[in-house]
Design a binder for this molecule. Sequence first.
Ligand SMILES: CC(C)(COP(=O)(O)OP(=O)(O)OC[C@H]1O[C@@H](n2cnc3c(N)ncnc32)[C@H](O)[C@@H]1OP(=O)(O)O)[C@@H](O)C(=O)NCCC(=O)NCCS
Length: 186
Amino acid sequence: MFCSDVPSSTAVEDAREDAMDITITAFPEEELAAIAKWRSDGEVHRYLRHGYTTLGEVSTWYRDYFSTEANCLLGILVDNQLIGYCTIEHIDHENHKCEVGIVIGEKDYWYKGIGSAVIRELLKRAFTALHLHRVEAVIHADNVVSIHCFARAGFQCDGTLRDAKYRDGRYVDLLVYSLLDSEWIE
Ligand SMILES: CC(C)(COP(=O)(O)OP(=O)(O)OC[C@H]1O[C@@H](n2cnc3c(N)ncnc32)[C@H](O)[C@@H]1OP(=O)(O)O)[C@@H](O)C(=O)NCCC(=O)NCCS
């Protein structure tokens, strides 16, 4: 079972009192320009691993990388508005693992619990629909908010990839976080 076999659109449970209507769905191809716009914003892009920022680069990424069954691009909708995207990547049924990522491109939606809610939904898909054993997240060592979100979801730090990223004239560490199915609390 791969990307195309998981539910195409799911409502994400938001436990907060002022709960929003959060949905994860297949990313609409006609909205790729939104990804280019978000990734061109230095604050959004600061901790992302790849450099793609133009519509051409994002379209190629979509066509070449996310057309494979092992990599899945999903849109994040809040009250029916597209505010970001998330990914399930490197789905590996031999070793029962995958990697996840989240980008909330509309900064007005940061720090409202959406990222944490999306992590919970990605874990549900990985462990129940895809039947995987291990979910990984590779996080820029300076990305304290992302580290906090994944740690709060139960992820543990497996280790540091020292100087693994060269960005803006300096090397930065990447941290590998993971959660196993046996550690997952739904
Ligand atoms: C990282 C990102 C996905 C987080 O999503 P979000 O919806 O803003 O996160 P949440 O609101 O669910 O949680 C934010 C948490 O960080 C905490 N936080 C905020 N500022 C913080 C800081 N400076 N240091 C540590 N924690 C901080 C908040 O208190 C909250 O934790 P809590 O729920 O325990 O109180 C989002 O900010 C984003 O898309 N950033 C740009 C792209 C990016 O860096 N993606 C991650 C790539 S791995």
